[in-house]
Design a protein around this ligand. Sequence first.
Ligand SMILES: *Cc1c(COP(=O)(O)O)cnc(C)c1O
Length: 363
Amino acid sequence: MNAVLEIKADAVIHNLTYFKSKLHSSTKTLAVVKAFGYGSDAVILSRILQKSKVDYLAVAYIEEGIHLRKEGIRLPILVLHPQSNNLSELIEYHLEPNIYSKKMLIEFLKLAKKQKLVDYPVHLKFNTGLNRLGFHKDEVTNIITIINKEKLIKIQSVFSHLAESDDVSDKRFTLEQINAFIKIKNEVTSLLNYKPIFHLLNTSGIINYPEAQFDMVRLGIGIYGFGNDIKITNKLQNVLTLKSVISQIHTIKKGESVGYNRAFIAESDMKTATISIGHADGISRKLGNNNGYVLVNKKKAFIIGNVCMDMIMVDITTIRCKEGDEVVLFNSQKMIEEIAIKINTIPYEFLTMISQRVKRKII
Ligand SMILES: *Cc1c(COP(=O)(O)O)cnc(C)c1O
């Protein structure tokens, strides 16, 4: 057996329930499962979330949505970042595009006309300050007028994205974004004879700006157990556990080296374990040379020398263990956050670094 990433279904449900308890009962939930479900497994996550009755799923790319459809996911799926080259596949798999630019709108309408679509569900994204994707607020009337001309597409939702919902030290920018979104909402509403879903908040938004929940929220990192705030994270359950095994144990004599470039030299006689997981699995080389550790029979064993592509070597001099024993790379949010800090990043990036070579297992 090699490295395995365990996914705890109960923890996902707990976290979802926690965030729902912070919202009005009428507020819909969209769960974000882009990038393999934040590095976990998009299909496993989507199945759990479908059973738990979330209202929507979101992925970044069309291919991610197609994969979910092929695995039998039936929930509506919002594609946050489609490109115009494979929009016909998007339609074929009943995925719902985020239309974020005039170019995309014109292209989608052209395709919709060709395919004689009626009321195809689309989502409009407005830029309220992140300056990433989205129409400008001055484009509302123009965009809605174009859409209203024919019945090809139906605006299923209108949304925007906050730039610093996790930072409450200065709320001014976020409050400006919320106000800009309210204005967009009012303008859109006045131009349509039906009511789209309006949504703005991501995980930190739900925690820090629940008054701006509108009709739906977009829950991402929260599902996976992180609140971007220690108090919230403590109320959430850990979803992901990364494990591997001891492939071999070595006795190293004082003065001998371990690993590539002989980066580690033993200062005294010692025991090392070679673990089957490496930088190709997402264990950053920055964790080498005594920076990171693993748990061997619940005790810390530090990584010595350089991290290899498929292996790491750890110091087990004072730990009772044998070849074939299980090793834990992380089994708590605290450990994941600690590793993220050690490699100078955030859990969002560290989790999505766990490569597809690592087997996924639902618990
Ligand atoms: C990724 C993403 C989210 C989820 O954000 P979290 O901080 O993980 O909750 C929500 N909305 C959009 C547009 C996103 O791209």
